[in-house]
Design a binder for this molecule. Sequence first.
Ligand code: C5P
Length: 416
Amino acid sequence: MNNRILLAVCGGIAAYKAAELTRLLRKKNVEVQVVMTESATQFVSALTFQALSGNPVQTRLLDEYEEQAMGHIHLARWASSIVIAPATANMIAKLSYGLADDLVSTLCLAATCPIYVAPAMNQAMWHNPVTQENIARLKQRGISMIDPEQGEQACGETGIGRMAEPASICARLIGDKPYLMPQTNVDSTQKTRGILEGVKVLISAGPTREPLDPVRYITNRSSGKMGYALAEAALQAGASVTLVTGVVNLKAPAAAEVVQVETAEQMYHAVTSRAQEHNIYIGAAAVADYAPVQIKEQKIKTQAHESTIILQKTKDILAAVALLPHRPFVVGFAAETHDLAVYAKGKLVRKKLDMIAANWVGKEQGGFDRDENSLHVFWHDGDKVLPMTSKTQLAQQLIALISKRMNEKMAAKIAL
Ligand code: C5P
């Protein structure tokens, strides 16, 4: 049981998130002791952590008040696990080389319990080969990494390096709903066979293309792999499938009825005109949120140094389907670079969906144009994490979850 966590805070702007992590761990009845590097105390005061953890905070290796000046050994023995959050590039390098010149690095060297490292740094420092080598060495030694996320950084740059959110670090530490787990090889085809017999499923997949002129368009990185895998999984589960697809480089399942579209407007009409004949609609397409106001009939000439394109919002297909009088069971997707749960749950409510499958994009672990992904699925009174696996298996698991939720919804309606 991971009930005595030693939280080591290093000097970075993400140190403020460690305060929230302390609070979350305390809420789960975990005892927390905090140690800080000297530079961490420049960002957040030791008093903050003392108040939140309910324990004195140590910052120095040699503390005259600590019995026999052996505080680091006591702390290392006390902890059921250690988490370094945020872990700076400097601390990662120290751990990698076994240095022990401050309290945090020394007690890590003295510890025999599991150690978790949640890095936070500028994206260029993260990508630097020496940081990556150090991280690989730590992993080889069995230290668990809680990978940083993609997004805007305090330095004004955008990229990988933001510390993972306190809630996901907390979940990882106490084994509650980890976001990313090793790939599983369980074949779930057997479990889904026949569960959608007689059910009609409409799926939209791939990107849309929003033309500017006869030769140019605005699009996104969607490969269509998730939507196509869902079409395959729904067919395997016994459903009849209509696949409304943007332009992709994939072969559609032979048994699906395929409707080819290009723009968000075309996808809107293709989906909304068919949705009421279907029992389930899964909006897995990466629909452009904005399209050019004007499509020029002739190729736009290169003239001025700068050029402006005026865009207008496209119609929200999912929200429109959810408002139809005979609406199917509506499942949306949310591709997020940060605050995944908050945005996904917001869309579930705002678009009046039955379910939403959220995934990280722009992250090393998955997202657009990859063969693997992980999903965090939300519905109104529950959620489930589908850990990192192939999109084929993920689609089978999502189809199983959709079928279960749809049956529960129908049963609840009948009971009323
Ligand atoms: O709001 P956001 O675009 O992130 O929502 C993503 C979900 O909404 C996806 O399921 C996508 O297919 C759907 N969507 C839509 N119509 C739009 C934009 C997004 O159906 N115009």
